[in-house]
Design a protein around this ligand. Structure first.
Ligand code: HEC
Length: 363
């Protein structure tokens, strides 16, 4: 089978069982395309548009046949070591790299994905599958993204609503436009498929070490496991990990939409893999990170924020109630952070933040 969905640039009717699109073989390192693991009754034809995404989730390549309980053999499950709070939803993530292709990791902070890369994230609320989000790199500078909303019959169609969908319990399904607001912060769209998040000991599945061992990184790092930066409080790691995944990955970095605030909350790969260090660099000191420099005892740069919270610094050592990073992540109004999609406070994450701030010695 030589023709793949990625090659076909005309509207085609494509049968899922043909295996040319459905990722279908096994482990992280599989280099051969293999055959699809599709099973069961004759599946309906899949329509793959020339541009954009298929209307039916079962045509994206994540599932075997039309069974949301069975994943295609070629997709790699993974969990970043630090994750985004999604109002309590349980999430499962998957990555597909085309056979034999590697992620360009020549800059460990700027991963570039091979054409054909796909990633999915499933969201379950109360154990029920609600949405499957999807990113697909169809061309060198052509990423498509959207989310599929599940119905009671076990089918999911691409969400085309221009308005966010709010479920009864307050859970929000974002619009396609919202994806870009956060994923702008990725070097090449994807956010959690990055060196720091996959290098932490809490990462699972296709971790940095496993991707490196399988030849899926063009320039594997000398050391594939890192620890979150720590300081004398012993509480910095959890707080910096929370800030990295929830604020820094999507927005508060030099490439995210929050760049203009100069509030960097992203842990940079260069902090863990310094250019001049040998194969075993020392653990990262939290006080040496960009995030520490941008937050601890620093004033707000956004005028409306400074006006609303006149007694607060970005981080006031010893007082989380006078620290903007806590104040804003611990509310859900016009000053809430993140400012979109989330409607429930992340109690555990903001508590980790408060614990660190309160332990920081006042100057
Ligand atoms: C509020 C910010 C935000 C919005 C809005 C958002 N995402 Fe994400 N997304 C993230 C972050 C942060 C991660 C990585 C952390 C994680 O997976 O927990 C991520 C991860 C993903 C992943 C797994 C691959 C990756 O990038 O790590 C997919 C797929 C994905 N998002 C799809 C979407 C789609 C599609 C939309 C729009 C319908 C969307 N996301 C909207 C922040 C967001």
């Amino acid at each position: 089978m030589t023709t793949t969905c990625h090659d076909v640039r005309v509207l085609v009717l494509w049968v899922l069982a043909s295996a040319s699109c459905a990722p279908g073989s096994g482990a992280v390192g599989d280099a051969d395309s293999g055959t699809s693991g599709t099973t069961g009754a004759e599946p309906p034809a899949c329509e793959i548009p020339v541009q954009g995404l298929p209307a039916d989730v079962f045509c994206t390549g994540l599932y075997q046949g039309r069974d949301s309980g069975k994943y295609a053999d070629e997709v790699m499950p993974y969990t970043p070591g630090v994750t985004l709070w999604s109002d309590g939803a349980e999430k499962r993530r998957f990555l597909y790299l085309p056979p034999g292709a590697a992620i360009d990791t020549s800059d460990m902070d700027v991963w570039k994905f091979p054409v054909g890369t796909k990633s999915w994230k499933e969201f379950r609320v109360g154990g029920v599958l609600i949405e499957t989000r999807f990113f697909w790199k169809r061309g060198a500078s052509d990423w498509e993204s959207g989310t599929y909303v599940w119905d009671d019959a076990g089918e999911a169609a691409l969400n085309t609503s221009k308005q966010p969908i709010l479920l009864a319990d307050g859970y929000e399904i974002p619009t396609a436009k919202d994806c870009g607001k956060c994923h702008h912060g990725g070097a090449d769209k994807l956010l959690g498929v990055e060196a720091v998040a996959l290098g932490l000991p809490t990462a699972e599945g296709a971790t940095l070490a496993k991707l490196a061992a399988a030849g899926r990184l063009s320039a594997p790092p000398a050391r594939a496991t890192i620890e979150l930066p720590e300081d004398a409080t012993g509480k910095a790691g959890a707080a910096l990990g929370y800030l990295h995944a929830n604020c820094g990955m999507p927005c508060h970095s030099t490439r995210g939409l929050g760049d203009e605030t100069e509030l960097v909350l992203r842990l940079r790969a260069g902090e863990f893999w310094p250019a001049d260090a040998g194969p075993d660099p020392p653990p990262v000191d939290a006080t040496e990170t960009d995030t520490y420099a941008a937050t601890v005892s620093q004033v707000a740069t956004t005028a409306s924020v400074a006006q609303k919270f006149p007694d607060a610094l970005r981080i006031t050592p010893g007082s989380h109630e006078q620290s903007l990073v806590w104040l804003m992540s611990h509310r859900r109004d016009d000053y809430a952070m993140p400012p979109l999609v989330s409607h429930k406070i992340d109690d555990a994450g903001t508590q980790a933040l408060a614990d660190w701030i309160d332990a920081l010695p006042a100057p």
